[in-house]
Design a protein around this ligand. Structure first.
Ligand code: ZN
Length: 130
């Protein structure tokens, strides 16, 4: 699932100026302003999911990539689906992260033996460990 792909959360479509149904404030074309966006059905779950991933990314960059978190699960499911090795940048794209963001997760997943990272002729490939 790619939810962080389109810049600022993907809320860019439509009229750039709309009015919030709750407070009348200017919005980016959505029925609610950022403050009341959670009134949209389904949005609070989405925001929670994004915040969860951002927290995971933050943790990863302070040295604790969560191998049981959502990002790790995404990485593993992409690899499971592929059934072959994949380059780190293609994997990052499939998971919807930048290369430098995904790296600590790959290192952590390799450490726990979930994936293998191999280098052939200078090109790195990631595969699921079986
Ligand atoms: Zn509002």
């Amino acid at each position: 699932m790619k939810i962080l792909d389109k810049g600022e959360g993907g809320y860019r479509s439509g009229d750039p100026r709309g009015k919030c149904l709750e407070c009348g404030g200017i919005t980016s074309g959505k029925p609610y302003c950022l403050e009341h966006l959670n009134l949209l059905p389904g949005t609070s779950e989405l925001i929670e999911k994004i915040e969860g991933r951002e927290q995971e990314i933050e943790n990863a960059h302070t040295g604790k990539a969560d191998v049981k978190g959502e990002i790790a699960a995404d990485i593993l499911s992409v690899l499971r689906f592929r059934k072959s090795s994949i380059s780190p940048s293609a994997l990052a794209k499939d998971v919807g992260l930048r290369g430098n963001v995904i790296e600590p997760f790959l290192v952590a997943l390799q450490e726990v033996g979930k994936i293998s990272i191999s280098s052939t002729n200078g090109s790195i490939s990631i595969s699921l460990r079986r």
